[in-house]
Design a protein around this ligand. Structure first.
Ligand code: ADP
Ligand code: MG
Length: 693
């Protein structure tokens, strides 16, 4: 990137942080909007609600206080060359005073709102650019045509990006056409070079709506292209794994008997189906790479335990990785219970154990005496060695990077991998992100579950909420009450804390009941002790932070109260709600929140309306967008540029189909070799396909 004129080392670093390493990467930096600067809207045509672009001269500016305590307002009086006048207003933007000065020419884009006091419309917080003087060579680039608008990169403005892109396109020269020719012909795709040019320097006569909707032929091609190489890479990886040597576990009649012996209850049809798929996969002489999806409480642990029996009876060891100590401990306890009848030695490795304890367990694991070991990240430490690791089970995929998957795998001889997730991932996304995994779904709840009634309460209704909790406690049920903070914080005076509320609940609301406190800052041994007490019904109420979010299983708990519910994400709320409704009792989830903004209101409405994890995760994805939904880059979400996982689902499915038939139809041809080379050179880095073995 640095050899591009205007890009020094400091800038290159900024670009690199956005994943833009090469000139070619820059060509794939998409505009988020297009502005028709060949036709500006006359100012006098602006009515309330009208949005559009105007070309303006700044007549005057002023800074004045806005509502009391609400900062200042910066206003610019604008005029156009048809005598129109319009005020633009930016809130809390004193800094603009030095930038927007009288006499400047601006291109602005924004929406008009009506100001009742002044009885006229104004532009509210418009985006703007200072335009070059007429006759300036820059003018041709920034004016008089359809102009792409880019998200700024650090301090590099859209205007500068436009300039850089112009240079980048010259520097890149004719772009290689890499999609299979047959595809380009069949879909009548514009050539790569043409598509890139059209996207960054669209001709004036182009359909601007199609551009803005990302549905111009150029956009379509670039979106398709991204998905095609992504799916091509994933499918190829999947094939590779399927061909590699792995363990072929036997599934004999005595082993089936063992599984039956272990089962404490009749598996659901969905559990049976999932196990069947897993067992078949384990029996194949190649490594298994399978995702087990199932809503909270659908009984994934049981299926995992069954898979573990197969591995252990074949003479192998099993590792189970959990995201938190609490969860690892829970798994350890339930697996111990499952395996008691079978006599398998089970162990736990977590960070809080003493070095001596750990060393002892590690020794047993290395000698093969422990058949199943559950653990947190501590399990991934270098000195944890297995005698014969055959199956790795990873709980809560979304919290683990792909690298860790690899790490665990290297501890044994290509063990089979089963990834469990309680955050159901919409199918299209599962294809994109875990396209290299096979998927089993548990889409049925164990019998006898009563639906959970979810209600929303404003802050004023807390009395009603505590009465509801009390009435359940009186019937012998237990309750969770969740807070966003461990302790009160002066930084967030609006948020309640577990520590403070614990005291209040014990003293004021539920004095005759046994109230416990749980949060992440307690020592591990204490967390465990509190959990055990709650499980044993030696506590009636558990006041907690989200540490109880995943995996805890206390069937007698029938009420989940979440205070400051607006502070939690949708999948988090759903996970928390999944802590109740695990027994035969009717259960409640009570969401308490004072203020709701648009997003938190959407989330709470989704919670009240649905308890279907798949629907909720789709909703969550839509509310938050894929980037945030999956957290960081490390989550394995590919860096897509033009393509959008949600909006472009159809193109994704199409690209996957095409990638599949290409792989099947062109195996061994020069076309295939060329495509593979292209994939390796151009796309692997961006898709993070390199790290995974
Ligand atoms: P998940 O991990 O999918 O959230 P769990 O494995 O913790 O769910 O199971 C939730 C609860 O349902 C546990 O108490 C478990 O013992 C119980 N359970 C699982 N499968 C069945 C079944 N087939 N019949 C009855 N109860 C079951
Ligand atoms: Mg679980």
């Amino acid at each position: 990137m640095q050899f591009l004129k205007g890009v020094g080392p400091a800038l290159a670093e900024k670009f690199s942080a956005k994943g833009l390493e090469t000139v070619e990467d820059l060509l794939f930096y998409p505009p988020f909007r297009y502005e028709d600067r060949s036709r500006f809207l006359p100012m006098r045509e602006f009515r309330d609600g009208q949005s559009g672009a105007v070309l303006a001269m700044v007549a005057s500016t002023r800074t004045r206080p806005w509502r009391k305590g609400a900062g200042v307002l910066f206003e610019a009086e604008l005029q156009d060359d048809q005598g129109g006048r319009l005020v633009a207003r930016w809130y809390n933007a004193k800094y603009l005073a030095s930038e927007v000065v009288p006499g400047l020419r601006l291109a602005l884009f924004g929406k008009a709102e009506y100001d009742f006091q002044a009885a006229r419309v104004f532009l509210a917080h418009p985006e703007f650019e200072v335009l070059p003087e007429e006759g300036d060579p820059e003018a041709a680039l920034q004016m008089g045509r359809i102009v792409p608008v880019y998200e700024a990169i650090g301090k590099v403005t859209t205007k500068q990006i436009r300039r850089l892109l112009q240079r980048a396109m010259q520097a890149a020269g004719e772009l290689e056409e890499a999609l299979p020719t047959d595809l380009v012909r069949r879909f009548r795709l514009p050539k790569m070079a043409k598509a890139i040019e059209e996207v960054h320097e669209p001709p004036v006569d182009i359909d601007i709506d199609a551009l803005n909707n990302r549905r111009s032929p150029a956009h379509w091609r670039l979106i398709f292209e991204e998905f095609f190489w992504l799916e091509f890479g994933l499918l190829r990886k999947q094939r590779e794994v399927k061909r590699a040597d792995g363990i072929a576990f036997q599934l004999t009649e005595p082993i089936r008997e063992k599984i039956k012996q272990m089962l404490p209850f009749k598996p659901t049809a969905a559990q049976k189906r999932a196990l069947k798929e897993i067992a078949l996969d384990m029996a194949a002489p190649h490594p298994m790479n399978r995702l087990l999806q199932g809503d909270v409480g659908s009984g994934k642990t049981l299926v995992a335990a069954e898979a573990a029996v197969i591995a252990i009876e074949n003479g192998f060891q099993v590792a189970m990785l959990a995201p938190t100590e609490l969860l690892a401990t829970q798994h350890y306890l339930s697996l111990q219970k499952f395996f008691k009848r079978l006599g398998y030695p089970v162990a736990l490795i977590v960070g809080s154990q003493t070095a001596r304890e750990k060393a002892q367990i590690k020794k047993l694991v290395a000698e093969g005496l422990v058949k199943l070991v559950v653990g947190t990240h501590a399990l991934l430490e270098k000195d944890v060695e297995f005698d014969r690791l055959g199956l790795a089970i990873i709980d809560e995929q979304h919290r683990f990077g792909v690298l860790q998957r690899l790490f665990l795998r290297q501890k044994g001889l290509r063990p089979d991998v089963l990834v469990m997730t309680a955050t159901p991932i919409p199918r299209t996304l599962a294809l994109t992100i875990y396209g290299d995994l096979d998927v089993s779904v548990i889409d049925e709840m164990p019998p006898g579950r009563k639906p959970i009634l979810t209600k929303h309460f404003g802050a004023g209704a807390s009395k009603t909420v505590w009465e509801l909790v009390r009435s359940e406690l009186n019937q012998g049920r237990q309750a969770y009450i969740i807070y966003p903070l461990v302790d009160d914080s002066e930084h967030s005076p609006d948020l309640k804390s577990a520590q403070k509320m614990f005291e209040l609940h014990q003293e004021k609301h539920f004095p005759e009941f046994r109230v416990g406190l749980m949060h992440g800052q307690l020592p591990a041994s204490e967390k465990e002790a509190v959990m055990e007490k709650f499980k044993a019904h030696e506590l009636d109420v558990l006041v907690s932070t989200t540490v109880v979010e995943v995996g805890l299983d206390v069937p007698n708990a029938a009420v989940m109260v979440i205070e400051n519910a607006e502070k939690f994400g949708l999948s988090q709320l759903h996970q928390l709600r999944g802590r109740v409704g695990r027994g035969a009792h009717a259960s409640y989830c009570l969401l308490v929140s004072a203020k709701l903004n648009e997003v938190s209101e959407q989330r709470i409405r989704a919670m009240v309306e649905s308890s279907d994890g798949f629907r909720l995760s789709e909703a969550d994805l839509e509310i938050r967008g894929p980037g945030e939904f999956f957290g960081t880059k490390q989550s394995g979400l590919p860096q897509l540029r033009f393509a959008h996982i949600l909006k472009d689902r159809e193109i994704l499915e199409m690209a996957r189909g095409e990638a599949k038939s290409f792989i099947e139809g062109q195996a061994g041809t020069p076309q295939m070799a060329q495509a593979e080379k292209y994939l390796e050179e151009r796309w692997q880095r961006r898709y993070g396909l390199v790290q995974v073995g």
